[in-house]
Design a binder for this molecule. Structure first.
Ligand code: HEC
Ligand code: HEC
Length: 274
């Protein structure tokens, strides 16, 4: 093979690997936000056979079966993630089984957000509830659309919340901060997505009583002005968050708030979220 040709082959290989890895980096945004929502909505019994038992149910076993040195955060995200475009038929079947451990036709993450048990095939949400969760907790949290013709952000335009996150980064006092829109966007891109969500946790859309983050937690489209939680929904959510922060009145069966589960991996970026 001539040197020209070798160089060409190398460029092609580089491109083939560069394109999916960029796409993957973006899908990480979604996977990390989703895993964090799972960690908040889950009950001990989503993963354990009983609230005060260390013993795992089928879903918990599947998570425990992933490489054990990986943080729980990463294992939850990995179990729920879609197979990559390069996966073969066998890998796809395995991913499908992992994503719906009880085989009731509803993915684990949707069951957890809907407060049904991902390890019990007789417990699942209604079709309407599934559709609603899939529609809201999607790329549409931050994008008006994805995969339109074209490339990059032209093909995946942001909504107002995505726009906000795309210019959110940690400002450091006494250090040189980025100047101009391009430098700001680059600084944002280097900031973990859950860190960015923490930084804007108090921001709210115009005319909304709920913050973007409260809307997401309550499964309402953060940038959809026609989809808002009711006053009562918001009030009881705020109360619940407050209770969970205290030691005495909190529900000990909720989330990952057990001594056995100190936040790890990318969940640490979200220390200040809710
Ligand atoms: C998203 C799934 C998930 C949720 C929710 C969850 N756990 Fe776990 N838990 C696990 C896994 C998986 C392990 C096994 C250790 C590992 O693989 O990291 C574990 C381990 C434990 C252990 C240690 C058991 C042992 O024998 O060492 C205790 C105790 C525990 N969990 C208590 C709780 C409590 C209490 C809650 C609710 C507040 C809870 N867990 C919520 C997945 C979960
Ligand atoms: C929590 C918000 C959020 C979610 C959810 C999200 N994105 Fe994004 N996305 C962003 C932000 C912000 C950027 C701009 C780059 C950056 O700042 O990291 C971006 C950039 C992108 C880009 C790259 C455009 C470029 O610069 O070339 C693509 C492609 C993309 N997202 C696709 C998706 C897809 C597909 C999903 C669903 C699986 C998704 N995103 C979910 C926030 C999000």
């Amino acid at each position: 093979m001539g040197t020209m040709c070798k160089a060409f082959v190398l460029v092609v290989i580089a491109l083939v690997f560069a394109i999916p890895s960029r796409a993957c980096a973006k899908e990480k945004h979604f996977e990390q936000v989703r895993a964090f929502l799972i960690s908040k909505a889950a009950r001990c019994t989503s993963c354990h056979i009983a609230a005060q038992s260390g013993k795992l149910n089928a879903y918990g076993e599947r998570i425990a079966g992933l490489p054990n040195d990986d943080p729980l955060a990463d294992r939850i995200a990995a179990l729920e993630s879609e197979p990559s475009g390069m996966a073969d038929a066998q890998e796809r079947r395995r991913a499908e089984k992992n994503r719906d451990v009880d085989g009731d036709g509803v993915l684990n993450w949707i069951e957890i957000l809907a407060d049904t048990n991902p390890a019990d095939k007789d417990d699942k949400p209604t079709v309407d509830r599934v559709k609603h969760i899939e529609a809201v907790i999607s790329c549409k949290l931050c994008h008006r659309a994805t995969n339109l013709p074209g490339e990059g952000l032209a093909a995946n335009p942001h909504n107002e919340f995505g726009e906000l996150l795309s210019t959110t980064y940690v400002k450091r006092s006494g250090r040189k901060n980025p100047r101009g829109p391009d430098a700001e966007r680059a600084a944002a891109e280097r900031t973990q997505i859950l860190t960015r969500l923490s930084l804007v946790r108090k921001n709210r859309p115009k005319k909304s009583k709920a913050t973007y983050w409260q809307k997401i937690r309550l499964l309402h489209g953060p940038a959809d002005p026609d989809d808002n939680p009711s006053r009562e929904e918001l009030r009881s959510f705020k109360k619940q968050i407050k209770r969970q922060k205290g030691r005495s009145k909190r529900d000990p069966n909720l989330g990952l708030s057990a001594d056995a589960h100190k936040p790890d991996g990318f969940f640490l970026d979200a220390a200040k979220l809710d």
